[in-house]
Design a protein. Sequence first.
Length: 306
Amino acid sequence: MQIFNEFNKNPDLSICLGFFDGVHEGHKVVIKNAVNLARQNGIKSAVITFRDHPLCYLQGRTPQYIMNIEDRLALIERQGVDFAYVLEFDEKIADCLALDYLKDVLVANFSPRFITTGFNHSFGVNKQGNAEFLRSYQREFNYKFFEIPPITFDSTLISSTKIRQLISDGELENMKNLLGSPFFIRGEVREGSRIGRSISFPTANIRYPKNILRIPKGVYFAKVETEGKIYDSVVNIGIKPTVSDAKRLLVEAHILDFNENIYARPIKIEFLKKVRNERKFSSVNELKQQISKDVEAARAFFAQTK
């Protein structure tokens, strides 16, 4: 998949429009429709998206995404897309009328044969550009428009909003069915206080990514990937109230049956299930006993899922 950061002349495409945070199961239907139309008609497909969500510009919000742009693009590529246009949402785009964006940007650059969006996609000043709008200009601009209806799982609408709510509530098992994969974060392993090692439970510590949606503090069963290998793990997210007065959020992964030095290496942590809330114990020994219980529970959990 070729990635462009600005528009260029690339005619006769099957394009789809959207931000696609998380590239969830509903997004995949939108993207695959554009890809399938391209393949059926011997042309190329393209996703038109933005690096940051338009609300970051329009409302000055701090980004809190389901996943970062690199992981988003990797999933988009996995759907078979030929081109991805990853643009900056700026004043020029924010002030653009829907008809001007369609005519002077999409049609002028891509002469699209097909345009696909989700049922609730919108663009242009005051969100004038919606499914009805795109449908009404098909004949004038010589494209066919496809609107993907709501996609549900067990009567639940699959949407980034719902997925974000489930992540924020720590309901990761339910969330996985909508997203299509576990929620994850990435980071570089950093030197910690070595308290875990001193009580026989060494941890790989990373900082929680600033631009990724926060999950609740607590203990989780998780998978840790490092250097292409995946390991069962118990992960704590919190401030270590038993042994520290620090307020900074820490991510500590105890990788089961693992004793390698991975300082300064990147790791990926997939969160599978929340086990319990973080709490302050009366002593380090009590904390150690609880971690032992967490590890045994993790072993049982992973034995059932293999």
